[in-house]
Design a protein around this ligand. Structure first.
Ligand code: FCB
Length: 435
């Protein structure tokens, strides 16, 4: 069965930051620091999904999706990232899973979507190897409770973005700006993925995936310098996270001056390369790369022009999804497991009209064209088995706070009123013609 779903993440929708025994996460700390997020927004309340989850499940049932990708909040399940479990936290997800199953919706939880327990960050966060072991313990706790009903699990969401934004540039929590010294964060997340995959399977999980954010890299020209820069960027964004998982080795990082990865211990790559049942791919846009004009990184983002853009300013390039999937197939061949597009969507300035309707026809066109591009990849031989729209609801968009609206459902944050947009009705009709 092809999975058609929507995707969300715990910190972006749940709210109830100090309720139900939840411990603090890096995002609580970071978003409460002045100047970190736009307008100082935090996820303290977000979409109040922790209290309104029944209404949100009903919205999905009305939409007709057969899958839902959400994330489990580690600090809700294990408040300090190690030690005792918070039963109330697990109860919440237990009820959610049952409600989804009752509607015929396959639950697809992600264990880590960036909300690390603050106590672990205080011990070094993902710079510390120990965090990988803590992650596997948490995976065992979550699966111990849910794997009797949850068949498909995702370990990490976008370890590249978490490393780059969270630890290299300091745009996301935990707000560290270590540039290339952030590299151990890649390895420790991947090690955590491999260890957690084992823990999930031991607890009865049937399907284990990782979700990577991938981008087709376009060299700004055919010059040797631009081609080399594009190759270096491809290594950092795509291959650093796909090669170890699919091939059991790191790509050549010499463009970054790194030849000796001393944080990689004997046997780690075997753990990381544990066979997967699928790979989650999040696609938003391609990246155009030129040779650097100054010292520092071996590439420069040259920007993409000539395409429409989303409210975020991201270029809309539907065929980039086909290109990306076909390139993955070309690069990894038989090592590429079935692909699930675990996020795709766009932000728009969605304002309800006087009649309350949000006429987001740009989003409808975006989804229609990307689904079509995914299907072209299928015709070119890529085994694609799922597509999840980011996102069900307008939500807390990290450093952008509530300024970027990605939802199929509009949320009026002061009142928490949910209003399905025109794209919701379009997707509902599309899905009913699919089933
Ligand atoms: C992805 C994130 C997701 C959301 C979208 C817009 O990188 O995984 O949480 O913020 O971007």
């Amino acid at each position: 069965m092809f999975l058609w779903g929507t995707a969300t993440a715990a910190y972006q929708i749940e709210g109830a930051a100090d309720e139900g025994g939840r411990g603090p996460s890096v995002w609580d700390t970071f978003s409460r620091e002045p100047g970190r997020t736009r307008s100082g927004h935090t996820g303290d309340v977000a979409c109040d999904h922790y209290h309104r989850w029944r209404e949100d499940v009903a919205l999905m049932a009305g939409l007709g999706v057969n899958a839902y990708r959400f994330s489990l909040s580690w600090p809700r399940i294990q408040p300090s990232g190690s030690g005792p479990v918070n039963a109330e936290g697990l109860d919440f997800y237990d009820r959610l899973v049952d409600a989804l199953l009752a509607e015929g919706i396959t639950p697809v939880p992600t264990l880590f979507h960036w909300d690390l327990p603050q106590a672990l960050e205080d011990g070094g966060g993902w710079l510390a190897r120990d965090t990988a072991h803590r992650f596997a313990e948490y995976a065992a706790l979550a699966a111990g409770r849910l794997a009797d009903r949850v068949r498909m699990w995702i370990t990490l969401n976008e370890p590249f973005v978490h490393m780059a934004y969270g630890y290299a540039m300091g745009i996301h929590a935990p707000g560290r700006a270590l540039m290339l010294d952030a590299l151990p964060v890649a390895h420790h997340q991947l090690l955590g993925h491999g260890l957690a995959a084992g823990a999930l399977r031991a607890a009865g999980a049937e399907q284990v995936l990782i979700t990577n954010n991938c981008t087709p890299v376009w060299p700004a020209s055919d010059s040797e310098a631009d081609l080399a820069a594009a190759g270096a960027y491809d290594v950092l964004h795509n291959r650093l996270f796909n090669d170890p998982v699919l091939l059991g080795k790191y790509p050549d990082l010499s463009a970054y001056g790194m030849t000796n990865l001393d944080f990689v211990h004997d046997g780690d790559l075997d753990v990381i390369a544990t066979p997967l049942d699928g790979i989650g791919i999040n696609y938003y846009n391609p990246t155009r790369i030129a040779a650097p004009s100054s010292e520092g990184l071996p590439w420069e983002d040259a920007g993409i022009s000539g395409y429409p853009t989303t409210a975020f300013g991201w270029p809309v390039v539907p065929d980039g999804l086909r290109e990306l999937l076909v390139r993955l197939k070309d690069r990894y061949g038989d090592r590429l497991p079935p692909v699930y597009v675990t996020e795709n969507g766009c932000s728009q300035e969605d304002v309800p009209g006087p009649d309350g309707v949000v006429d987001d026809r740009g989003r409808i066109a975006f989804l229609e064209q990307h689904i079509e591009a995914m299907r072209r990849a299928g015709r070119e031989g890529v085994d694609v088995r799922g597509y999840f729209v980011w996102s069900l609801l307008d939500n807390f968009e990290w450093a952008e706070g509530y300024h970027q609206r990605f939802g199929l459902v509009h949320v009026d944050f002061p009142t928490q009123r949910r209003t399905p947009k025109a794209s919701y009705a379009w997707l509902r009709d599309f899905l009913s013609s699919e089933h």
